[in-house]
Design a protein around this ligand. Structure first.
Ligand SMILES: [Zn+2]
Length: 266
């Protein structure tokens, strides 16, 4: 219990936070007894806001890209100015011939602030940025709701097991999980990449298409028959990765594969 009862007659109210309770890195979790005591939502929100302001005064949060001090209630880890610099993709829907998907959507332009945020999220393990990044995809889906029309499941581009071990997480899985929760559509871990390949960004455009040929498959014991699937990736370049994943899904009986990437270059 983090609260103690104040002395009788104290004008601030009956409860106060124990001195020395707040320490660097502390995550505040309200226990059951406190939740039942704070039965008024507005009062609870006000107390949480005051506590967050207090913690932020001692240990200020900073924007991941420009290092500005953030508002205590900022949950994204990025300031409003930096978020406003992220550009929507000028051609969000890409229909390429020769690739297995019919349509692939890209929410934003892979450039500037967003490029930096994705780099921090993926390679520097700034996982707290996941909320800001999936938020960009959520806003995009709200403006392009046909993406979710009659959808059965969401899945994501897999990593090879060695890369997953090195990184500790799959960024596309994290983005897809947020979308699943937000739009209440189930997420399934269907695809795997049993063959290790060279990094796509080390290769030429032509090499990228052959580098990934037939390296994705659906996991043993899974069925995708008749399903309309939304396939999520973080960054789309040539579309080769999404196309090869779509091929694995469609050749196993999926009815339709739509693709959505957080970002794509010009
Ligand atoms: Zn900023």
């Amino acid at each position: 219990m983090i609260l103690r009862k104040r002395q009788k007659g104290a004008f601030e109210g009956p409860y106060a936070i124990r001195p020395g309770f707040f320490k660097p890195g502390l995550i505040v979790e309200f226990d059951k007894s406190l939740r039942s005591m704070l039965s008024y939502p507005k009062m609870t929100q006000a107390i949480i806001a005051i506590a967050k302001n207090f913690i932020n005064l001692l240990y200020p949060l900073h924007c991941a890209t420009c290092n500005r001090t953030l508002d205590a209630l900022n949950k994204l880890g990025v300031c409003d100015f930096c978020l406003s610099q992220i550009k929507p993709h000028p051609e969000p829907c890409c229909q390429k011939t020769g690739l297995y998907f019919k349509r692939a959507y890209s929410a934003c332009l892979y450039d500037g602030v967003l490029k930096e945020l994705i780099h921090l999220f993926k390679y520097k393990k700034k996982l707290a940025l996941g909320g800001a990044l999936s938020g960009l995809m959520e806003d995009f889906i709200r403006d392009n709701h046909e993406i979710m029309y009659d959808l059965d499941i969401i899945t994501f581009v897999p990593l090879h097991s060695r890369r997953l071990r090195q990184r500790g997480f799959n960024q596309s899985n994290m983005l897809a999980s947020s979308l699943s929760k937000e739009f209440d559509i189930s997420i399934r871990d269907i695809l795997e990449k049993p063959i290790s390949t060279r990094h796509q960004n080390e290769l030429s455009r032509g090499q990228r298409l052959t580098n990934l040929k037939n390296v994705f498959k659906i996991r043993d014991g899974t069925s995708v028959k008749g399903l309309r699937i939304l396939l999520i990736d973080d960054v789309m370049t040539t579309g080769a990765t999404l196309s090869e994943c779509a091929k694995a899904l469609l050749s196993n009986g999926a009815k339709e594969v739509r693709c959505l990437a957080l970002a794509r270059g010009l």
